[in-house]
Design a binder for this molecule. Structure first.
Ligand SMILES: Cc1cc2nc3c(=O)[nH]c(=O)nc-3n(C[C@H](O)[C@H](O)[C@H](O)COP(=O)(O)OP(=O)(O)OC[C@H]3O[C@@H](n4cnc5c(N)ncnc54)[C@H](O)[C@@H]3O)c2cc1C
Length: 303
């Protein structure tokens, strides 16, 4: 049996939305297809799909722009393009680092940041960095175009705010790092794995003018809940603390109290993940602090 009967390649957002409307819920958006086609093949998609609406031909929806200090990234930007973008590498380094470990080269060449978020898994690598960057997403939901905070995009594991049979994610925006700010991402992965991580961690940090004190910080470690979350208690302990190893140690102790990952039969036990919180924070937080101090950032991508 065919997995779908019709395939459309609209050239504009309006055309895509009209097509979705025409099919009354029996069509589905497809971007890179790295998640969706597997779901269709494995019969995980209900109800069956009559048509696929391929949004990758929509002009401008894969753009990556830095306007002043604000990045805008189209939902269709592939992981590979994000990794290569010089401004992202320098001023949103954690995002380059997270997109750089998604799957293998074939997946990164077609898989998109929009698909990563719309698929709504709390372990999505792109997601983890977008949360640390405090990103917003522009969506069309129930016919209304608006910006929502990235955390509002998630309703449960694999459950997005969007219904991809009628809604569309258009683009993301977030602030680029400026002087005294730095980011980093790291993840723990099964050896030779090319799928979701055991645990990922993204950090955004802003140091005070003296570059010795943490003024502000955002931490996203996941998955530790049904939707992506910030480690808010750990963040509050770090705010106002000296940017030293001692503070990192204190942050680890608080994070171990605050965060409670669950066992996944495909990835790791809760106990192992809990231990990895310690490992990841000690790797990621000092790197973000160092980048904020020096203003130098070159993504480290461990594939
Ligand atoms: C071998 C393999 C390895 C992988 N490894 C990783 C990994 O290491 N880390 C990781 O995070 N992920 C991984 N993934 C998952 C996947 O590749 C990513 O989540 C990717 O970013 C999905 O993007 P896509 O464009 O392929 O999405 P698609 O498969 O095209 O779409 C995914 C879902 O989102 C919806 N959708 C897509 N774009 C939009 C939009 N603009 N508006 C509304 N709905 C939309 C679709 O309808 C579908 O429901 C892997 C997948 C494979 C097959």
């Amino acid at each position: 049996m065919a997995l779908w009967n019709r395939y459309h390649t609209p050239a504009t957002v309006d055309d895509a939305l009209s097509l979705l409307e025409k099919y009354h819920g029996a069509a589905q958006i497809v971007a890179g297809g790295t998640d969706l086609i597997l779901d269709l093949q494995q019969g995980n998609h209900h109800p069956p799909v009559e048509a696929l609406i391929d949004i990758t031909r929509i002009g401008g929806m894969d753009g990556i722009m830095l306007d002043g200090d604000v990045f805008t990234i189209g939902a269709n930007a592939t992981h590979a393009r994000i990794v290569r973008h010089p401004d992202i590498r320098r001023r949103a380094t954690c995002l380059a680092e997270s997109c750089g470990v998604v799957g293998g080269p074939q997946v990164r060449n077609v898989g998109t940041l929009g698909g990563n978020v719309a698929h709504a898994l709390p372990a999505g690598d792109g997601t983890t960095s977008l949360v640390a960057l405090d990103a917003e997403a522009e969506i069309v939901k129930d016919g209304v175009r608006r910006w929502v905070h990235i955390l509002e995009m998630y309703k449960g594991p694999g459950q997005s705010l969007l219904n991809s049979a009628q809604d569309l994610l258009i683009r993301f925006r977030f602030n680029a790092c400026t002087a005294g700010q730095g980011t980093a991402f790291n993840r723990i992965m099964r050896p030779q794995g090319v799928a979701l991580p055991i645990l990922g961690c993204a950090v955004w940090v802003q140091l005070a003018d003296d570059r010795q004190t943490i003024d502000d910080v955002r931490l996203c470690i996941g998955p530790v809940a049904k939707t992506p979350t910030r480690a808010r208690e750990t963040e509050s302990v770090l705010r106002g603390s000296p940017a030293t190893e001692d503070s990192v140690r204190r942050a680890v102790a608080v994070a171990l109290e605050e965060l409670h990952p669950r066992t996944s039969k495909f990835r790791a036990t809760a106990e192992y993940r809990q231990m990895m919180i310690d490992v990841l924070l000690r790797r990621t937080l000092p790197k973000a602090i160092e980048r904020a101090k020096t203003g130098e950032a070159e993504p480290e991508i461990n594939e």
